[in-house]
Design a protein around this ligand. Structure first.
Ligand SMILES: [Zn+2]
Length: 354
């Protein structure tokens, strides 16, 4: 090999080596430093935008945080956020609700109150995380959890479970960052024997609890949020009842529990076929306490519900065309209002002053 060729090869090898090392340094140090810093800034900006948008007082914003019942592992369990007149109200907190709220940039530190419809695990599993994370994110006001008789027991249990964690964190980061004063939530129970009761009133926002029907579960309630002539109804888990129909009448939004009996029957038969009698029995039983799409559609149409958001699919299916077949299409055949086939993160905006 000529000396000049050899020199060129050595130079090329050195350049390749420099580029190789440079790329490693760039990828692992410079680029990742840049991406981390950029990611934090972007997230911060997004959090501020969402907070400003949702706490804006010219509209009511409802976010479906979690739309599953207990049976759909890829979807967060039931939870619905209502932003009204600068207040952040959360209805139920099933498993994965807190993670979803952070994924959706909801301002946890601004959370004002939580309302429990009933005590099935898919409605309360993440209550402890909601209480604790809002304190860790800098909530500087009391958090009250409203619910029927039995709520106090649940809230004080979560307070006990998280007591050590709060002490570690405040001791570690200081009172300024995580004031221990706000570590605990307080429960505000109402009498489960009441048919209906106003549970929350603040700056024109009124929340009323009303008894629903989810047999054999007791107590079980739905909620109505009213503000400036607008009405949002949260069904909780219930069959269609007179009380639900009455409250849903002319509602600006009904967030509605829904089931498809044909789908559940099909699942029951399949579980029997494969010898899983336990799940087959569960499929049989649950038809008695969630409403079929046909009942939901006819009630919503009859009561002139303006917008309806489906939630708590029992169960959700993994394929959109099946969701359409079992839930959306049968309801659309009967219901002429604005239908939201809810999924985690669905946002419904109700303008005020119309
Ligand atoms: Zn339930």
């Amino acid at each position: 090999m000529k000396k000049s060729t050899k020199t060129i090869l050595i130079v090329l090898l050195v350049i390749a080596g420099i580029l190789f090392v440079g790329k490693i340094v760039f990828d692992h140090v410079i680029a990742s430093d840049y991406m981390i810093s950029r990611g934090i800034k972007q997230r911060n900006r997004r959090n501020d935008e969402v907070k400003e948008n949702f706490l804006n007082k010219d509209k009511i914003t409802v976010v479906l945080v979690g739309t599953a019942g207990p049976m759909s592992p890829d979807i967060a369990q039931n939870s619905t956020a209502v932003f009204v007149n600068g207040q952040f109200l959360l209805f139920d907190a099933g498993d994965y609700a807190q993670k979803r709220m952070e994924q959706f940039n909801l301002p946890g530190e601004s959370l004002d109150a939580v309302f429990l419809t009933h005590f099935h695990n898919d409605h309360i599993a993440d209550l402890g995380e909601v209480m604790q994370r809002s304190y860790m994110l800098g909530r500087e006001k009391d958090l009250v959890v409203y619910g029927p008789t039995g709520t106090e027991d649940i809230v004080s249990s979560f307070n006990r479970i998280y007591a050590a964690d709060s002490e570690y964190r405040t001791a570690h980061h200081g009172e300024e960052v995580m004031p221990l004063e706000y570590q605990f939530a307080t429960a505000q129970e109402f009498d489960a024997k009441l048919e209906e009761v106003v549970v929350y009133k603040k700056d024109g926002v009124v929340v009323t609890a009303f008894k629903t029907y989810h047999p054999p579960i007791e107590p079980v309630f739905g909620y109505v949020v009213e503000y400036d002539g607008k009405k949002v109804v949260i069904s909780g888990d219930t069959l269609v009842t007179d009380a639900l129909s009455r409250h849903a009448n002319n509602a600006d939004l009904l967030v509605m529990d829904v089931m498809n009996y044909d789908l559940v029957t099909l699942m029951e038969e399949t579980f029997r076929e494969i010898g899983d009698d336990q799940l087959a029995q569960i499929m049989y039983d649950i038809r008695e306490y969630h409403p079929d799409v046909a009942d939901v559609a006819s009630m919503a149409e009859k009561q002139n519900v303006k917008r309806m958001a489906l939630t708590h699919y029992a169960p959700a299916t993994p394929i959109q065309s099946m969701m359409d077949r079992f839930y959306v299409n049968p309801i659309k055949k009967v219901y002429s209002g604005e239908l939201y086939a809810g999924s985690d993160g669905t946002i419904v905006v109700i303008p005020l002053g119309e």
